[in-house]
Design a protein around this ligand. Structure first.
Ligand code: SF4
Length: 424
């Protein structure tokens, strides 16, 4: 798998043992943390810098990070928590795993800076359950940071203390939903909570909590070291910085690529070696399986940033780009996606629990030559009645791919129903 280095997070991945503290420090690591501690930089100043950078949450939602940090109550007399969501479990996502494998100290330093800013003394890094080596790599990195005085009590000889714990999940996709993740850390069944209240006021153990994605935290040291303006200028307005794109599917060189926000999709595709030999580009899921599919001709006009992909009718999500060539049957592809959401629904609310199963069964029968003419309207109706009627976003995530597939590839579904087989 290809790893393409960039300026912010993968800047040292070409070096031997890039994950070691010595490599990180030799390349400017922990300078940002030392600076804010020695200068006693105010929380307001740090939050203003993060706002200026236009860093948006890299876990999928794209919410402005500086704004999220400003929601944390400043003068709260009690425990507050910081949580990193490293539970990437959506089909197509694999960037956070490589950040933790190749540059774990960027995440640790980013969390320490956030903890100082938000006034938290304890943080958790929730790691997806199926990646044991990554968990062990993070454990080793936390131990290195503690031994060097970058974590624990009296960091860098100051009165700032921050204790960071890696928490290994058990592999449930729904634990990537922030409130399910909090329940899981608390030792309960990983099921989403009703919101409001939001985690900023009622989070881990009912205390104010800020949750960010791995890539988001790992971008923070650069912003503090080099300035929010420089980070912003790496990308484009409202879409600051670089972004890791995980390119998978029918390309010659799948992998993780750190490129500036706003890079033309065509360039990213070229970096990934183009469509596998002798085939043509058919469609792309631009941000992970929950984001709507886009046909090749639309995708080739896009730049890789939140605004361009949204304008095209999809979402940048976590930047997990799934490429499909002309051999892909969209009915089969949707059957697989629908099965995933059916399997991963936590079952708490009726539209999701029943609706995801209903979607899967209808698509399954179309795929297997038993579709009925009325099935396409039925799919639209069920998807419509899931969307916006559930506790968390999994219901929407299951419904949106169905609506997008029917919008762009309805003729393939009609062919399946009429002829009982694929048209590709
Ligand atoms: Fe659970 Fe689905 Fe409801 Fe989310 S939408 S709470 S996954 S049943």
């Amino acid at each position: 798998m290809v790893i393409k280095g960039g300026e912010v997070i993968f800047n040292t991945v070409h070096l031997p043992e890039s994950w070691k503290l010595s490599t990180y420090v030799a390349n400017g690591g922990y300078a940002a943390l030392r600076k804010i501690l020695s200068e006693k930089t105010s929380a307001e100043t740090i939050i203003a810098e993060v706002k200026k950078s236009a860093l948006r949450g890299r876990g999928g939602a794209g919410f402005p990070t500086g704004l999220k940090w400003s929601f944390m109550p400043r003068h709260f007399d009690g425990d507050k928590y910081l949580v990193c969501n490293s539970d990437e479990g959506e089909p197509g996502t694999f960037k956070d795993r490589d950040i933790m494998q190749l540059n774990p100290h960027a995440l640790i330093e980013g969390m320490a800076i956030a903890a100082y800013t938000l006034g938290t003394r304890r943080g958790y890094n929730y790691i997806h359950g199926e990646i044991w080596e990554t968990y062990e790599r993070m454990e080793a990195a936390v131990e290195e940071a503690k031994a060097a005085g970058f974590l624990g009590d009296n960091i860098c000889g100051t009165d700032f203390s921050f204790h960071l714990f890696n928490h290994h999940g058990y592999g449930a996709y729904i634990c990537g939903e922030e409130t399910a993740l909090l329940e899981s850390i608390e030792g309960k069944k990983g099921q989403p909570r009703f919101k409001p209240p939001f985690p900023a006021s009622f989070g881990l153990y009912g205390k104010p909590t800020t949750i960010n994605n791995t890539e988001t935290f790992a971008s923070i040291p650069y912003i503090i070291r080099e300035g929010g303006q420089k980070f912003l200028e790496l990308g484009k307005p409202n879409n600051g910085g670089t972004k890791l794109f995980s390119v998978s599917g029918h390309v010659n060189r799948p992998g993780n690529f750190e490129v500036p926000m706003g890079t033309p999709f065509a360039e990213l595709l070229e970096m990934a070696g183009g469509i596998r030999d002798g085939h043509t580009f058919k469609a792309c899921i631009p941000g992970g399986s929950s984001t709507p599919v886009l046909p090749a001709e639309i995708m080739m006009q896009c730049t890789m940033d939140y605004d361009s992909i949204a304008k095209a009718g999809s979402a940048l999500g976590a930047g997990s780009v799934i490429i499909m060539d002309e051999t892909v049957c969209m009915v089969k592809a949707l059957e697989r996606l629908s099965y995933f959401y059916f399997e991963e629904s936590c079952g708490q609310c009726t539209p999701c629990r029943e609706g995801t199963g209903w979607l899967y069964r209808v698509i399954h029968r179309i795929e297997h030559g038993q579709g009925r003419p009325e099935d396409l309207d039925l799919l639209s109706d069920v998807a419509h009645n899931i969307g916006g009627r559930t506790i968390c976003g999994l219901g929407d995530a299951a419904a949106m791919p169905v609506q997008a597939m029917l919008k762009h590839y309805r003729h393939e579904f009609e062919h399946h129903i009429e002829h009982g087989k694929c048209m590709v």
